[in-house]
Design a binder for this molecule. Structure first.
Ligand code: GLV
Ligand code: GLV
Length: 324
């Protein structure tokens, strides 16, 4: 009998077709994620779950799946939406897709940095709205990227990929990481304290996972230590930034600009006050959204799923302690 798999939304065919060829596969229809209640209704009896970062895979959902559940495979690098400790306690490996989205996410982080620096989206809107009457001697002046200081918070693989981009654009690169022991030596990035990172960065780019320690690490107090012209770039997780404090800082000139790929909550509701600011650029969590990377993620998620069904170690596992 083919294993029963529930896929919480249509993923690229590169991975989905592999799953469908081997498994009795049910894909949640529609463009919006299943609610927690729908998940609880739909998972009982499955052998494997393929989920997305939009799905709350908490204790209730994992328990609802029942004892057949052998693997949770997430089509994402981050896994803060999954009760990994609950999975581990039940002996269920959790797969994720790190690595492949590193360069793609850094590409977007740098695109946001450059767009904010040079006010690309404001300019596009200005032109499209018919306001472009002449070349303006002081029209939409932004900030130079070259020669500026890029601060990187969290020097994991995406942070390092961002550092390389900054160096390539002639930036001075500094970084702060809580576990400096794990970092390869960087030719072009200098370690600094968190306070120095805040006060010296012209562009501050966040690359930390969301954990108890990093939740709202950018808040009223830390924003107050930044330059009045500073640009904050977030492609990590929305919860790293206190959005009320960010709104106040942008509104009152405490910092200059924010460029966000991730927000809290997601999606950010259309009437959210951050949308009223011209110095805030928001895109809908596109970090890994290139055709090639999403295809690769889908294949990786399928391979993690198969390994879990076969009782083999997952090629990419968020809770390796499950094998101890
Ligand atoms: C995207 O944010 C991911 O974690 O894959
Ligand atoms: C701008 O286009 C310039 O030529 O200075």
């Amino acid at each position: 009998m083919k294993p029963k798999i529930f896929v919480t939304r249509r993923i690229p065919d590169a991975g989905l077709s592999l799953i469908e060829s081997r498994c009795d596969t049910s894909v949640f229809p529609g463009d919006l994620p299943p609610t927690r209640e729908e998940l609880i209704d739909l998972v009982p009896g499955i052998d494997g779950l393929l989920c997305l970062l939009t799905d709350p895979i908490d204790q209730k959902v994992i328990e609802a799946a029942g004892d057949n559940l052998k693997v949770i495979s997430s089509y994402a690098a981050g896994f803060d939406n999954i009760a990994v400790d609950v999975a581990t306690a039940r002996g269920i490996p959790v797969g994720n897709t790190p690595g492949v989205l590193t360069e793609t996410t850094a590409d977007l982080a740098f695109s946001l940095l450059a767009s904010a620096a040079r006010r690309v989206v404001e300019g596009e809107r200005f032109a499209r709205e018919g306001k472009w009457k002449t070349w303006g001697p002081t029209l939409l002046m932004g900030r130079d990227i070259h020669g500026a200081t890029l601060g990187i918070m969290g020097m994991g693989s995406i942070g390092r990929a961002m550092a390389r981009r900054g160096a390539g654009f002639g930036m001075r690169v500094i970084y702060c990481d809580r576990s400096p022991g794990e970092i390869e030596t960087q030719k072009f990035a200098r370690p600094v304290s968190f306070d120095q990172l805040l006060s010296e960065s012209d562009f501050l780019s966040l690359h930390v996972p969301l954990t108890g320690d990093t939740r709202h690490i950018i808040d009223e107090k830390t924003l107050a230590k930044m330059k009045a012209t500073a640009v904050l770039v977030n492609t990590a997780r929305g919860g790293v930034v206190d959005h009320d404090a960010l709104f106040n800082a942008l509104k009152n000139g405490i910092i200059g600009y924010a460029a966000l790929d991730v927000t809290e909550p997601e999606p950010l509701p259309p009437d959210h006050k951050l949308y009223t600011l011209t110095n805030c650029l928001i895109v809908p969590h596109l970090g890994s959204a290139s055709v090639a990377t999403r295809d690769t993620m889908a294949v990786m998620a399928a391979k993690n799923l198969f390994a879990g069904l076969d009782g083999e170690q997952l090629p990419n596992c968020a809770n390796p302690q499950v094998y101890e």
